[in-house]
Design a protein. Structure first.
Length: 240
């Protein structure tokens, strides 16, 4: 019912527009640099194999961790590439794995950045992983407590729901350093392994990674604005 609340729309329209812009920027960057062949003529799969094999050997100062145990696997869809720490597996979409583009090596290197974080015990990544169970519970329970408290007139119960719901915003905030650091590692890994052979390679990798980072900023903005909305309606109920 809050979707028809003008106050909700005032909070969420700016966040929605930012998210739409971020998604457009990612699609634009990926489409552009997905058509530009990288100077090394490496597919995303080639790049992943090379970066993983060079880890722990001193060939790259970007990661001293041994990533030789990381497995490579395919995954369906577009821009679904991810590193699964529970399986120690890097999943590459077919488009990234088989295309020798600048975008492909950027995406592959970013996910290997996450594998490097996992191997080195990067604290922000560990913190985010520890938050997952609480966030999953909070995102489900928060709505129930907020609206249950408002309907029944139990303001303290609604505030408890706000507290649970705020875990989602904290998780989005914790995600930012993880993703930014993975992108920094990606750039360093590619540079250290001589895989940024010309200016187009470097510019394209930066464009793709910066565009992807914007989606996490937009996600944080959305979570924060939703939280502010719930704070405003619960706070308004208490004042009334």
């Amino acid at each position: 019912m809050f979707f028809y609340d003008p106050t909700y729309m005032c909070f969420m329209i700016p966040a929605f527009l930012l998210m739409m812009f971020a998604q457009w920027r990612v699609s634009r960057a990926y489409a552009k640099w997905g058509k530009v062949r990288n100077s090394m003529n490496l597919t995303g799969l080639d790049a992943a194999r090379r970066l993983l094999s060079s880890s722990g050997s001193g060939a790259s100062v970007a990661s001293s961790a041994d990533l030789s145990g990381v497995q490579l696997a395919g995954i369906g869809g577009r821009l679904t590439d991810n590193y699964d720490p529970s399986k120690n597996t890097l999943f590459l979409s077919q488009e990234v794995a088989q295309n020798p583009s600048v975008a492909s090596i950027a995406v592959a290197a970013h996910e290997i950045g996450h594998a490097s974080q996992q191997a080195e015990g990067y604290f922000p990544l560990r913190l985010r992983s520890l938050m997952v169970p609480a966030v999953n519970i909070g995102s489900y329970l928060g709505w129930i407590l907020i609206f249950g408290g408002l309907i029944l007139g139990f303001t303290n119960l609604a505030w408890l729901g706000v507290a649970f719901f705020s875990l989602g915003a904290l998780f989005a905030l914790a995600t930012l350093p993880v993703e930014f650091n993975a992108s920094r590692r990606a750039r360093a890994l590619l540079a250290d392994n001589g895989m940024l052979g010309n200016e187009d390679d470097a510019r394209g990798v930066n464009d793709v990674l910066n565009a992807a980072a914007m989606t996490y900023v937009a996600g944080l903005a959305t979570a924060v604005m939703q939280l502010f909305y719930f704070v405003s309606i619960v706070g308004g109920r208490r004042r009334s």
